[in-house]
Design a protein around this ligand. Structure first.
Ligand SMILES: Cc1ncc(COP(=O)(O)O)c(C=O)c1O
Length: 295
């Protein structure tokens, strides 16, 4: 039986089996999280919001001093990987860039390391337990490393605090969790941004979290639908003192949260409007690839 590891990927300029493309035990990308990545949604072999993902990926590579091949056409490479694997349905496209093995064996000898880039695709899955909704634990005891460390808006694999929170969530019977920054303000969760809705207005954390492309899409949709949208500091307590909570992620899109810390929120009128608008955007060819006109 074929498995996901039988897919082919693009690595450092050539197509090869995904199973052979990974880092070794000596790669700094593996042992020091000296890496960046990005994940886009693809449908019909085309990449959704490609330009937003590409500019975040290139910005993160620059922040962490990782080099992309100068002649790289990320869009054409992504489309080739999707086509070569027959991924014409909903899929995820991953771009991974990391620092390899120092020729001297000295992990401080960063400039001697080759940089590696892999582009691969895999079939889409649902956000949690086969659903695109999620029950949420507020894990106030685990703290997200703040922007002052390296800038959480740059996409990175240094995620251990999010994994700790996810383990707490599973142990307590929730799908997933969100955590605060060192000052007690809401940040994000393992692989998603979070927003609350109060009196018809959407608020999402301004700091100490990834600048999620899906939340940027929600921001654009809010403008179109005349729904107020703010990026601001949100005290953790607001999560259980608001009208609606939703998550955003490339996997799952706009994800309603029916339960936060045991409090049930059965109605999601604003979230539903945004989710429907997002699903319409997914049907619109203008939201794919490089934009040729207004979206
Ligand atoms: C830590 C974190 N926050 C937020 C997100 C959501 O970002 P996007 O909407 O670009 O998928 C992700 C996605 O992987 C993530 O890893």
């Amino acid at each position: 039986m074929s498995t996901i590891m039988d897919l082919v990927c693009w690595k450092d300029g050539r197509m090869q089996p995904l199973r052979d493309a990974g880092p070794s035990l000596l790669d700094l990308g593996f042992i020091h999280c000296d890496a960046t990545y990005d994940v886009s949604l693809a449908r019909g072999g085309k990449v959704f919001l490609f330009d937003d993902h590409e500019s975040r990926f290139r910005g993160s590579a620059e922040r962490f001093g990782l080099k992309l091949p100068p002649e790289l056409d990320l869009l054409a490479t992504s489309e080739k990987v999707l086509a070569d694997n027959g991924l014409g349905g909903d899929a995820l496209v991953w771009w991974m860039l990391w620092r390899g093995i120092p020729s001297t064996g000295n992990p401080r000898d960063i400039d001697s390391c080759p940089n590696h880039l892999v582009v691969y695709g895999k079939p889409m899955f649902n956000f949690a337990g086969g659903r695109n909704t999620a029950t949420l634990l507020v894990d106030s005891k685990t703290t997200r490393a703040p922007d002052e460390c390296w800038g959480q808006h740059f996409k990175n694999f240094a995620w251990i605090e999010l994994t700790v929170a996810q383990r707490q969530a599973i142990a307590k019977g929730f799908d997933t969790a969100v955590i605060p920054d060192p000052n007690g303000y809401l940040t994000e969760g393992p692989g998603f941004n979070v927003a609350i809705v109060r009196n018809g207005a959407v608020s999402t954390p301004a700091r100490n979290c990834l600048r999620g492309v899906t939340m940027v899409a929600v921001e654009r949709l809010c403008e179109r639908l005349a729904i107020p949208f703010r990026r601001e500091d949100i005290p953790l307590g607001a999560l259980t003192d608001c009208d609606e909570v939703f998550l955003t992620s490339t996997v799952g899109g706009v994800i309603p949260v029916p339960t936060v810390d045991g409090r049930t929120m059965p109605e999601h009128p604003v979230t539903t409007r945004l989710s429907e608008a997002y699903l319409q955007a997914l049907e619109n060819p203008a939201w794919y690839g490089r934009p040729v006109g207004p979206r």
